[in-house]
Structure formats: structure tokens, C-alpha cells
Ligand binder design. Structure first.
Ligand code: CP
Ligand code: NVA
Length: 314
């Protein structure tokens, strides 16, 4: 498999085989780290880490994964650089492309990640935009595989803000990898019809299914995974009061978990707001795998960088 030179904006642009490839490399690098096998596959390389929004897991994953393999990560927040402020995104991209081997971008507009990829001429990785969070979904798929042994035929129910970056990306990633996915959200917060249609197409090819529903009982029934995320994503904080009203019936608590009718696991991309989208009893309880998920961010992000930079076999 040769992914050298590609950019990762959304998993919609990658085939199930290519996603499988990322997951296989991630498992290999996790194993290396657990066995204290140190490699220097990024030696002499540089990555620009552009962050318009805050981050703990994503930044630390990129920075440690790249640095521990001999590469030099450069962190640039929006108060450090001109990105669409006093310089166009295209011009910033052209300059970064002359100096770096790779770019990570976390910000608002997905269009900006696309422009960075188009104009820099180097691989660009979306570290979260308003619409997508592809590297998180790779970590989620890896975690599910660790829990269940395989992905095909499992069911994940995302309960909460069904139109945010996580709902969108889980819908795409799960559908592609043969995981039945349900987006369980009030009507006002359902994903865009065009994206649902696209995910349904991926599901047909993979033999999985996509369900969009406001009915909690129907949506979570039979789910192996209950997944949730914050009720107001970064940049939408002013909507929180309205969201709390809309989403209260979708809170992940013991009664919602019981509706799966199974011994399901609980997942969350983090950061979490306890007593909004999930109660402590669940996120801090025995069904929660959120810390494995957080750790797997690092291994999957390293896998993506290795593949896009073409050094995964070094
Ligand atoms: N899950 C995730 O992306 O975490 P951070 O916002 O801390 O990077
Ligand atoms: N939906 C959340 C995800 C954080 C990792 C946000 O965009 O803030």
C-alpha cells in the first residue's frame, strides 16, 4: 500500500483497505512502544502543527509521536502565525510547503485544511475541523478492534449532537469499516442529508448500515458501543444553554446504557463534561474505555504520519 504524499482531510477519501492499513501500522507502533523498541523514522524531518482551537490529546500525540522518532515538530497557534488574518491561507501554505515535510491543522473551516493541502504540496492532516475529526475515528476503530477482536458486524450508537465533527466522522469511518452506526439525536441536531447519503453508500459497499433517529430506545438497541461527545463543540459555546435543553434526554447514564440490552462499552473522544453528556458513573465506570482511546490517538497519529511520509517500512 502506498499512501506517500496523500493528505488526510476526511476518511471519506480513503478506502476501507487504506483505513485498514493505517490501523495495522498503528498496532505495530503501539507494540513497538510497549516493547521499548525505539525507531528514528522521522529523523531529519519537520512538521508544522497549526492550532486555531485548543487541544490536549491531538497536540500531544503529534508532538510526542513525531519527536520521539527523531523529527522536529513546530507548534504554531493562531496567535503566532498569520493564517487568513494578514496573509491568505494559500500564501501561508506555499511558505510552509517550502520549509516542512508535513502539516497538521486544527481549526474551524474544513476549506482551510483543503487549501493547505492544495497549495503546500506536502501531506496535510486534519487534526479537527468544524466538520471532521478523522484521526480521532482511527483511534476509536483501533480501540474497538482491541475490545472486540474485529469490527465487522458490530454496532456503534453515537448519542448527542448528531451534526458535529465526531458524529460526521464516526458515521463515515464506521460505515466504511463494516460497523453498523446509529446517530441518535433530536431532529434539530441530525447530520446533513448529503453526508448521510454518502455514508449510506459506504455502508452498502461494506455491508453495514446507517440509522439516523431521535428515538433513543430504537437507536441504542443492540449497540456494542455507546459513544458521546460534548454538547457544544469548540466555537459553539454560546449554544450550550439551548443544547442542554435539547440533549438532556440523550445523556449517557445507567438507564441509557441498559437500553442496549447488551454488555456495551462506553466511548468518548474527550474532553468530557461530566453530568452533561455523560454521568461519572459511566465514564469512570467499568464499561468505559476512554483512556485506551486517548492513548490510541498517539499510535494512530504516528501511523498516519508514517504512511503519508512514506517511511512506515523504515
Ligand atoms: N479528542 C481530542 O481531539 O482531544 P483534544 O481536543 O484534547 O486534542
Ligand atoms: N466535537 C468536539 C470534539 C473535541 C475533540 C469539538 O469540536 O469541540
Amino acid at each position: 500500500m502506498d499512501l506517500h504524499g496523500r493528505s488526510l482531510i476526511s476518511l471519506k477519501d480513503f478506502t476501507p483497505e487504506e483505513i485498514r492499513y493505517f490501523l495495522d501500522i498503528a498496532r505495530k507502533v503501539k507494540n513497538e512502544r510497549q516493547n521499548k523498541i525505539r525507531k528514528q523514522r522521522f529523523l531529519g524531518m519537520t512538521i508544522a502543527l497549526l492550532f486555531e482551537k485548543r487541544s490536549t490529546r491531538t497536540r500531544c500525540s503529534f508532538e510526542t509521536a513525531f519527536g520521539e522518532e527523531g523529527g522536529h515538530p513546530v507548534f504554531l497557534s493562531s496567535s503566532d502565525i498569520q493564517l487568513g488574518v494578514k496573509e491568505t491561507v494559500e500564501d501561508t501554505a506555499r511558505v510552509l510547503g517550502r520549509m516542512f515535510d508535513c502539516i497538521e491543522f486544527r481549526g474551524f473551516k474544513t476549506r482551510h485544511v483543503e487549501l493547505l493541502a492544495e497549495y503546500s504540496g506536502i501531506p496535510v492532516i486534519n487534526g479537527l475541523s468544524d466538520d471532521f475529526h478523522p484521526t480521532q475515528v482511527l483511534a476509536d476503530l483501533m480501540t474497538m478492534e482491541e475490545q472486540f477482536g474485529s469490527l465487522k458486524g458490530r454496532k456503534l450508537a453515537f448519542v448527542g449532537d448528531g451534526r458535529n465533527n465526531m458524529a460526521n466522522s464516526l458515521m463515515i469511518g464506521c460505515a466504511k469499516m463494516g460497523v453498523d452506526v446509529a446517530i441518535v439525536a433530536p431532529d434539530e441536531l441530525h447530520p446533513e442529508a448529503a453526508l448521510v447519503k454518502m455514508a449510506e453508500g459506504f455502508a452498502t459497499e461494506a455491508g453495514s448500515s446507517v440509522l439516523i433517529t431521535s428515538d433513543v430506545d430504537a437507536g441504542v438497541k443492540g449497540a456494542d458501543v455507546i459513544y458521546t461527545d460534548v454538547w457544544a463543540s469548540m466555537g459553539e459555546e454560546s449554544k450550550l444553554a439551548e443544547r442542554i435543553k435539547l440533549l438532556k434526554p440523550y445523556q449517557v447514564n445507567p438507564s441509557l446504557m441498559a437500553k442496549t440490552g447488551k454488555k456495551s462499552i462506553f466511548m468518548h473522544c474527550l474532553p468530557a463534561v461530566r453530568n452533561n453528556e455523560v454521568v461519572p458513573e459511566i465514564i469512570d465506570g467499568p464499561s468505559s474505555v476512554v483512556w485506551d482511546e486517548a492513548e490510541n490517538r498517539k499510535h494512530t497519529i504516528k501511523a498516519v504520519m508514517l504512511a503519508l511520509l512514506g517511511v512506515e517500512n523504515n
